[in-house]
Design a protein around this ligand. Structure first.
Ligand SMILES: [Zn+2]
Ligand SMILES: [Zn+2]
Length: 817
């Protein structure tokens, strides 16, 4: 075996292997292989934000550990990577960067500007994913903005439309007035805010007045009823009577509604179209009229009378002043309230009515629940997040957006009769905004005049078919062979979007679950325990980590940081620990390479007690690590292997065999060979067990030490060591522990007495406590003697005087120097 250099430049080594792996293409999925079982990973296509943050590093490490582990277990692993390109954030960034509104430019020009950001950011993200050492098959890369992907998204629209899952309707929807688009429930963030509760006087017909509490006086012109709780005795007498809405001269009825909280404000509230979701429910069940006073740009409409044209904020201020003047504003008090705001721009959302496209997702809820219960979750308790979310939804999924940079909806309308013309499967990809339908006339009235659908699709409508797309749908005939995905990885924050949309879309399209299991990662917290965020000053960028510590060390942080699914803090000391572990591993391997200079792997020599002890412990570590990886318990796996390497191998075993390796003339060649065999076997096994987590350094060591003998082109192409509990030798472990404890105690005594470790001990008298212990110590006598530099050892099979050995209370010894 070649001798390893003293030091290894980890950063250079990582770059070298990343290039070599890509060059030899060892992570390519073999589409034509029919012999190996297939394992497919539904890699989430990240949004090209240009920021590959520590959360991305955490989840990509999870996927990659799994991919590498499964490859070693003999699977043909499909580990694809896409980019989810469209969407609001890029449009908002483009608008902000160029100080324009999306409508200031021709759509193509606006899209061009958006694409420039996406190009730049995809490059940054791709580089970061590669730098982390992810074993992606880059030949599978796709981008949802490309025509080929449009085709898939539009095809799925056509299929769902034909299956009756899509409809157009005028329903209340969440709407961001700044972004001027509909947004889904999942995109509404609920944040606590300090607001004001205004007590406003409403006149009854008989001249009396009641006080109504509201946070939104600007919606007075949209007030269509006033409601009290049915059991509220204070207001019983008023129910059914008419009441005048201030600032408008409209009377509305006083009604009862179970949803009114008698303890909120005065217990009597406005029902407006629409203040919140409770209003939507009440208006629907009572069939109340809808008066929209806020338009899509967030300005007051004609319905608001003299306030028309003002922004919501302006109107609120002036209405309050007017109410005060008229003596109708009783008082205003501060109120801690929860406000729904746009996930992207943080503008408070409005609930508006506008014709939109919807997907019938609510009727799928029982199926989502059933499927969620059938698949495997890592960790199991996370399934309730999906189920609870599905159950909490009040509305179908609004899939149309009033945006530009997105997949177009493949629909036209007949100008004459309004008939919907749905694109044929052969027409897509197509942009109705640019092209007419490929038909000569309206099938209903024969008109040849069409108008395109100018709304576009929600970005989640693009990405929520990834499981089928990764499998090769629709162009590969045998795509079902790779479907459902074996694992769908998701963050705790995107279960309600990512995991949910995938589920409803694939259930509706193919009547099948999209994934067999769901692997959940938690969020990365800052060192202060709060969410890691740029605005909190606890943000650590991945390039900083990569340039200091490369990829293997932060990968160890990600794997070891906590149980799968839990939030984990980013801690520099954890990364540094990983780095130090790599140095420790390198040094142990280098020691072995020196000791194995003349070693050629051959038949197993007769092993000594400590050799059997180490190999049994190693087998146990293999069993534990393998079981942990099977259950995606990455922290258990890495801790097991790191502890074994650091303590049993480096601190204990290597120290206890040096005398055998260096002095074969004293201890025999056979015993030296036994130590060599053990070292050779143990280090190879450790490299294999660590390969999925620490892919670069293990590859470097494998290539330098083992490639010639083992003949795999990479450690990542070597078969995973089959864990075998039968190899575990309980007796050898117990006996070895005793011998190791004695050696440890002698070394501790030397250290306490400030005697150099290599100082000779004249005699060591061990009181073994029993015949059995004496027999055990006899078996390791040479290793104890050699390691501790003892001239003469006397073992007495009885209890006696002396220094007590830690954890072996009946074993004591006396040393003389
Ligand atoms: Zn917005
Ligand atoms: Zn027509």
């Amino acid at each position: 075996m070649k001798t390893l250099p003293k030091k290894c430049n980890f950063l250079e080594t990582e770059k070298k292997w990343q290039q070599k792996w890509e060059g030899i293409g060892i992570y390519r999925f073999d589409w034509n292989d029919h012999s190996r079982p297939i394992f497919t990973i539904d890699t989430p296509p990240p949004y090209p934000s240009g920021d590959f943050h520590m959360g991305n590093a955490l989840n990509h490490t999870y996927f990659d550990i799994l991919a590498r582990y499964k490859r070693m277990r003999g699977y043909n692993v499909l580990f694809p990577q896409g980019f989810d390109c469209h969407g609001l954030p890029t449009e908002v960034e483009t608008e902000e960067h160029y100080n324009i509104k999306k409508t200031d430019l021709a759509p193509e020009e606006f899209i061009k500007l958006c694409n420039q950001f996406v190009d730049k950011y995809i490059n940054i993200m791709r580089t970061a994913i590669k730098r982390l050492g992810c074993s992606i098959d880059w030949t599978t890369e796709y981008q949802t903005r490309n025509p080929d992907y449009w085709r898939k998204t539009q095809l799925s629209f056509i299929i769902l439309h034909k299956k009756g899952y899509l409809y157009q309707g005028t329903h209340p929807i969440n709407y961001c007035p700044r972004c001027e688009t509909a947004i889904a429930d999942a995109e509404v963030e609920h944040t606590p805010k300090q607001g004001q509760l205004h007590h406003i006087k409403f006149q009854l017909e008989d001249g009396k007045a009641v006080i109504i509490a509201t946070t939104r006086p600007e919606l007075l012109s949209s007030c269509v009823a006033v409601a009290v709780h049915p059991d509220d005795k204070r207001y019983k007498k008023y129910v059914g009577k008419a009441i005048q809405v201030p600032t408008t001269n409209r009377p509305v009825k006083i009604i009862t509604d179970e949803l009114v909280d008698p303890d909120f404000g005065t217990g009597i509230v406005m029902i407006c179209t629409y203040g919140d979701k409770a209003d939507v429910k009440c208006v629907k069940t009572r069939k109340l009229p809808v008066i929209m006073s806020i338009d899509e740009a967030g300005r007051m409409t004609e319905s608001a009378g003299k306030y028309a044209g003002m922004t919501v904020q302006e109107a609120k201020k002036i209405i309050l002043t007017d109410l005060k003047k008229q003596g109708l504003l009783e008082r205003s008090e501060p109120l801690q309230q929860e406000v729904g705001q746009c996930w992207r721009c943080k503008t408070p959302i409005e609930i508006l009515e506008r014709k939109q496209w919807f997907m019938k997702t609510l009727k799928l809820t029982p199926k989502v629940e059933k499927t969620a219960n059938e698949i495997t979750w890592y960790p199991d308790y996370m399934k309730s997040r999906l189920i609870d979310w599905a159950r909490s939804l009040d509305w179908d999924w609004v899939i149309s957006r009033q945006r530009i940079f997105a997949t177009p909806i493949p629909i036209w309308y007949c100008k004459e009769c309004g008939e919907i013309i749905l694109a044929e499967k052969e027409w897509v990809p197509i942009d109705p905004r640019k092209e007419p339908p490929k038909t000569d006339k309206c099938p209903k009235c024969g008109s040849t005049d069409f108008t395109p659908e100018i709304d576009v699709l929600d970005t989640w409508f693009d990405s929520s078919i990834s499981c089928a797309v990764h499998a090769g749908w629709p162009h590969r005939q045998d795509w079902q062979k790779r479907f459902p995905a074996d694992v769908h990885p998701s963050g705790t924050d995107i279960i309600r979007t990512w995991a949910y949309y995938l589920m409803v879309r694939h259930l509706a399209l193919f009547n099948q679950t999209p994934y067999k299991s769901c692997l959940i990662n938690g969020m990365v917290l800052g060192t202060d325990g709060r969410m890691m965020h740029k605005s909190l000053g606890n943000y650590v960028a991945t390039p900083e980590v990569f340039s200091k510590y490369g990829a293997d060390a932060p990968r160890q942080w990600a794997a070891a940081g906590g149980t799968t699914g839990s939030d984990i803090p980013f801690r520099w000391p954890d990364v540094e620990y990983g780095w130090r572990f790599q140095i420790k591993l390198w040094n142990a391997a280098r020691f072995a390479s020196l000791a194995l200079k003349d070693y050629t792997p051959r038949e197993k020599p007769e092993l000594q007690l400590l050799d059997r002890w180490l190999l049994s412990k190693l087998e146990r570590a293999t069993v534990i690590a393998t079981a942990a990886l099977e259950k995606c318990q990455f922290n258990t796996a890495i801790e097991e292997i790191r502890n074994f390497t650091w303590h049993q191998l480096c601190d204990q075993y290597i120290e206890a065999i040096k005398h055998r390796l260096y002095n074969p003339e004293t201890y025999s060649e056979e015993k030296r060979k036994a130590a060599q065999y053990t070292l050779y076997t143990a280090i190879y096994r450790i490299l294999q067990l660590l390969a999925p987590i620490i892919p670069h350094l293990t590859e470097e060591l494998y290539q330098l030490m083992y490639a010639e003998d083992k003949k795999h082109k990479s450690i990542h192409a070597s078969p995973w060591p089959e864990p075998d509990e039968a190899i575990i030798d309980e007796e050898a472990e117990k006996y070895g522990d005793l011998a190791i404890a004695v050696i440890g105690e002698i070394r501790r005594e030397k250290a306490e007495k400030s005697i150099p470790l290599n100082t000779q001990i004249k005699t060591l008298t061990i009181h073994a406590g029993s015949k059995k212990s004496a027999h055990i110590i006899d078996q390791a006598l040479e290793d104890v003697q050699g390691t501790c530099k003892i001239q003469k050892i006397i073992v007495i099979p009885r209890k006696g005087e002396g220094r007590e050995v830690q954890d072996c209370p009946n074993v004591r010894f006396i040393t003389t120097y």
